[in-house]
Structures are given as structure tokens and as C-alpha cells.
Design a protein around this ligand. Structure first.
Ligand SMILES: Cc1cc2nc3c(=O)[nH]c(=O)nc-3n(C[C@H](O)[C@H](O)[C@H](O)COP(=O)(O)OP(=O)(O)OC[C@H]3O[C@@H](n4cnc5c(N)ncnc54)[C@H](O)[C@@H]3O)c2cc1C
Length: 320
């Protein structure tokens, strides 16, 4: 990796933005994960494109990370390069409105913009539609990737278009929302290995105080129901057809069930929390036990919502 570090520096990415053997536990809301061989922060599209081109041509394993709020990394870490976005990717603005749909105002958010900041900006601009997202601790890029949603809203309801980059950095292009294949916790970004650079949201005019009051109420509900005081990756399992993961887990008597430092939250059975010193192995073992017991009791197979990333970069969700 020293060799690759030199090559990355030759792309004019400053050394202070290239971290070696960086513990991923410090970059994920689960507070779990061994070291990434390299963690690199790209601040412009040019840097990102050059970096992806280099890593692709050198055959170096790599992946994008947003705010790390839906990722479970291996205890052994990640044998490759984890890419974080900042700088230009933090831009949040009201762009030229000539392409805005009738009676809508467009907000443009860089992929590193947190949803809390995005929804607060919309509220300040008296624009409604993103209240649901105010308490989701992800980035715009990660939320588009996941089609994140809460309280009856989803990203797809307000996304107008997404600016994307090919996985090898060779091309950037804009795609309208209707071609993003948005579904429940799904988008085309997942299938095509694309990189989200920014997203445009089309929002309706609303009353600023009412929007803010609604966001405060949603956050109050979230704090009351979810174990926000513990590290986690949010809902561990997807909502299965025919039920709610939390209810199925509770019905199987698994509330509070633990393996090592990983525990099914006492406050919300849909969350596996890091109750203290949990390893990835603890969480995965717990998830397997929960999946098996729920399957035995209800006939419903739970699938992980959290992205489980192996040391060799394999995403283990499909095998779960
Ligand atoms: C306490 C808590 C509550 C939560 N509540 C909710 C909720 O109500 N609703 C909900 O939907 N989710 C919820 N989540 C989960 C999580 O916040 C969302 O899935 C969020 O969208 C993930 O965004 P992120 O930036 O953290 O992505 P990450 O976890 O960093 O990454 C998730 C996936 O997206 C990919 N990715 C990230 N950025 C990009 C990019 N720019 N381009 C391409 N791929 C990218 C990554 O490679 C990874 O595969 C919660 C999590 C926590 C910890």
C-alpha cells in the first residue's frame, strides 16, 4: 500500500487526507470495524475521478463510504481503500431554478451533506418534503444509495435527479429519478456500482414554522422509541412482507437477547446495538440467531438492512 499511497499523492491528493491503517470503528455509527489499509478523502470530482481510475487500473479493492450509519465492517478491517467525500461534496445550495418542475423549488445537495443539514436547510428555505429525513444519520449519497426513509417518507418522493459517476471514474452524468429504480431500501446505485456525486430535490413551498415543528415532533418520537444512546446502524433487518421485523423479533422473545457486546435493544427490538465492546462477529452471530429463531417461529426470513462488508470487500448481505 505504500506504493499506492505514493501514486495517490501523485494525483495531488494531499498526504494529510490519506490515512494508513485507519480504524473503521471511528467512522461508523456501530463503532465497530478493524483498520482500512488506506482511508482517503476526496474533495473534488476531479480528485475522485482520478482516484477511482487509479484504483481500478491497479486492481485495488475500494469502496465509498458516506456517514457509516448503515455499515458493519469486519473486525479484521478492510483490505483496500475506503473513500470518504468532503470539500465540494459538502455543498448545499438553491441552484438555477430554470429546470424546476411547476410549483417546486430545487435544492442541490452534495453527496457528503448530512440529511439533518439538508432537511434543516429546506426548513429554513420554507420548503416542505424532507421533514422525514431530519433524524436519519446518513449522508445524501448514502441515503440515495439506500433510498432511505422514515415516517412514511422516502428519498424517492422528492429526488428530482442524481448526478452520478461511473465506478471507474471515467464518466459523470445526470439521471432523472424515474430511472433510478428506487424501491424499498433499494436504488440503481446498488446494482450498477455507481457513485452518487449530488442530488437535486424538488420541494413544495410550505410554512417554515410548521415544517420546523413537524421535524421537532419526528425527532421527539425517534428519541423516545429508538436506542439513540447506543451505537448501532439503525434497523438491522429490512421490513419483511407480512410483518415488521421488530414485532417478529419481540414475538420470538428475543428482546434484550445478546451475544458478547451485541444486543437486541430493550427499547426497540428492530435495532441491534453495541452495548459495549461488541465485535462484528458478535453482531453477525446475534443476527444469525435472530434470523433462525424468527424463521422457526413465524416462517418469515429476515434479511439484513445493514450492509455487512467482509475484509476482502465482499458484501455478505446476499449470503446472509
Ligand atoms: C440511529 C440510526 C437511525 C437510523 N434510522 C434510519 C431511518 O429512519 N431510515 C433509514 O432509511 N435508515 C436509517 N438508518 C440507517 C442509515 O442512516 C441510512 O441507511 C443512511 O441512508 C445511510 O447513509 P450513510 O451516508 O451513513 O451511508 P453508509 O452507511 O456510509 O453507506 C451505506 C451504503 O451506501 C454506499 N454509499 C455511501 N455513499 C455513497 C455514494 N456517495 N455513492 C455511492 N454509494 C455510496 C456505501 O458504499 C454503502 O454500501 C439509521 C441509522 C442509525 C444509526
Amino acid at each position: 500500500m505504500t506504493d499506492i499511497k505514493q501514486k495517490i499523492m501523485a494525483l495531488r491528493i494531499p498526504e494529510e487526507r490519506i490515512l494508513e491503517n485507519e480504524p473503521l470503528s471511528g467512522h461508523t455509527t456501530f463503532r465497530i470495524g478493524g483498520p482500512a489499509e488506506l482511508l482517503v478523502r476526496a474533495a473534488t470530482e476531479e480528485e475522485l475521478s482520478a482516484l477511482l481510475g487509479l484504483l481500478t487500473s491497479e486492481g485495488i479493492q475500494h469502496m465509498l463510504m458516506g456517514n457509516g450509519s448503515n455499515i458493519l465492517f469486519s473486525d479484521e478491517g478492510y483490505d483496500g481503500v475506503v473513500i470518504l467525500l468532503d470539500g465540494d461534496f459538502m455543498k448545499l445550495e438553491l441552484p438555477d431554478q430554470s429546470g424546476a418542475p411547476e410549483n417546486r423549488t430545487v435544492i442541490r445537495a452534495g453527496s457528503a451533506v448530512r440529511l439533518s443539514r439538508l432537511s434543516a436547510f429546506a426548513a429554513e428555505s420554507s420548503l416542505t418534503g424532507l421533514e422525514f429525513a431530519c433524524g436519519i444519520p446518513g449522508s445524501t449519497g448514502g441515503a440515495v444509495y439506500m433510498n432511505a426513509g422514515a415516517y412514511g417518507g422516502e428519498m424517492k418522493d422528492t429526488v428530482l435527479s442524481v448526478r452520478l459517476m461511473r465506478a471507474d471514474g471515467s464518466e459523470t452524468f445526470t439521471r432523472d429519478a424515474e430511472h433510478m429504480d428506487f424501491g424499498y431500501r433499494h436504488s440503481a446505485v446498488q446494482d450498477e456500482g455507481l457513485i452518487v456525486l449530488s442530488a437535486d430535490f424538488a420541494l413544495e413551498k410550505g410554512d417554515r414554522d410548521a415544517i420546523k415543528a413537524s421535524m421537532a415532533e419526528l425527532n421527539r418520537k425517534r428519541n423516545a422509541k429508538q436506542p439513540v444512546e447506543f451505537p448501532s446502524a439503525g434497523s438491522t433487518f429490512k421490513r419483511p412482507s407480512g410483518g415488521y421485523a421488530a414485532a417478529l423479533i419481540q414475538d420470538s422473545g428475543l428482546k434484550g437477547f445478546s451475544v458478547g457486546g451485541a444486543q437486541v435493544s430493550e427499547k426497540h427490538s428492530g435495532f441491534v446495538i453495541n452495548a459495549g465492546g461488541a465485535t462484528c462477529r458478535d453482531v453477525v452471530t446475534l443476527m444469525e440467531k435472530v434470523r433462525d429463531k424468527v424463521l422457526e417461529d413465524s416462517g418469515i426470513r429476515l434479511e439484513p438492512e445493514v450492509r455487512i462488508i467482509g475484509r476482502d470487500g465482499t458484501e455478505l448481505n446476499e449470503r446472509f
